[in-house]
Design a binder for this molecule. Structure first.
Ligand code: FES
Length: 105
């Protein structure tokens, strides 16, 4: 379980407890938070679950797969901290902060 703090596109933030084994995307979608659309349902093919994870939180997740890295590379507004939140699986982190890119635009 981890407390995930979503910094939302409108400048507000929401904190959600996300169980281990679920993704950062799951925590957003299951709580109806804005910004993460997750069209593909988490199969790493739509890139509508774009978030930014700055250090030190970034180091708490596995590095991106080649598939994820290729999708992120072509995202508008991508930064070095860009990740696909469906690929960020919660384990035993205490608290994670993610900035949500607005994928609904
Ligand atoms: S939900 Fe589609 S790539 Fe993450």
């Amino acid at each position: 379980m981890a407390r995930v703090v979503y910094h939302l596109p409108d400048g507000t933030e929401q904190a959600v407890d996300v169980p281990a084994g679920q993704s950062v995307m799951d925590g957003s979608v299951r709580n109806n938070l804005p910004g993460i659309v997750a069209e593909c349902g988490g199969s790493c093919s739509c890139a509508t679950c774009h978030v930014f994870v700055e250090d030190p939180g970034a180091g708490q997740f596995d590095p991106p797969s080649d598939e994820e890295a290729e999708l992120v590379e072509f995202l508008e507004g991508a930064r070095p901290s860009s990740r696909l939140s469906c690929q960020l699986i919660i384990s035993d982190q205490d608290e994670v902060h993610v900035e949500v890119a607005d994928s609904s635009l």
